[in-house]
Design a protein around this ligand. Structure first.
Ligand SMILES: Cc1cc2nc3c(=O)[nH]c(=O)nc-3n(C[C@H](O)[C@H](O)[C@H](O)COP(=O)(O)O)c2cc1C
Length: 175
């Protein structure tokens, strides 16, 4: 799809007709891997959940009821970043932002992920409301990773309107 159209038509989807296949999730994650990161450190880690048993487990324990409901019928990708990597030198944090740089890199990765999913005909919902400890336990996520989002990936069963955005003038100062 043409890039401008892809950006204009992407929506957060909270009702799914079907889930993305494992093969398509691999293709989406391959594209997302092209995102830039601090010194190409690639701190993002993904836990892709595609089997019905694991989807039920992860959803029930790892998401609040409203996000369980919104993501029903979709595949789930739990995204984390390796701490003390992006934004860090062997001597410690490169500046005051510290591990915010890991979250920054993960956000870039996830932006690529949702657009790559759109390109392959899938829709997504990034969910920041999740139970990180439950997800760590179920998926065996190590302590050196920070759990950030759970992203649902599937085909949309609703056509939500575009959410309003601030204008460039409202959020930018030109000098
Ligand atoms: C970091 C982040 C966390 C979010 N967490 C949730 C969430 O837990 N549940 C939810 O329904 N939507 C969540 N959203 C989706 C936003 O509400 C949505 O992106 C925003 O309203 C704009 O709508 P749009 O994505 O359709 O353009 C999240 C989005 C981001 C980027």
């Amino acid at each position: 799809m043409e890039f401008t159209k892809l950006i204009e038509t992407r929506r957060s989807i909270r009702k799914y007709a079907s889930a993305a296949s494992k093969e398509d999730i691999e293709a989406i994650l391959t594209m997302a891997q092209q995102a830039p990161s601090w010194k190409n450190g690639q701190p993002t880690r993904c836990y892709a959940v595609v089997t019905p048993e694991m989807l039920q487990k992860v959803s029930e324990a790892g998401l609040p009821a409203y996000n369980q409901n919104s993501s029903k019928g979709a595949a789930l990708i739990v995204t984390t970043f390796v701490k003390n990597l992006s934004g860090f030198t062997p001597d410690g944090p490169a500046n005051k932002a510290g591990n915010y740089w890991g979250a920054y890199d993960l956000g870039l990765h996830d932006a690529y992920l949702v657009l790559a999913a759109s390109e392959l005909g899938y829709d997504t919902l990034i969910m920041g409301m999740r139970d990180a400890e439950a997800l760590k336990e179920i998926l065996g996520i190590p302590d050196n990773e920070e759990v950030m989002s759970v992203i649902s990936v599937g085909k949309r069963a609703q056509e939500p309107a575009m959410r309003p955005r601030m204008t460039v003038d409202e959020m930018t100062k030109f000098f």
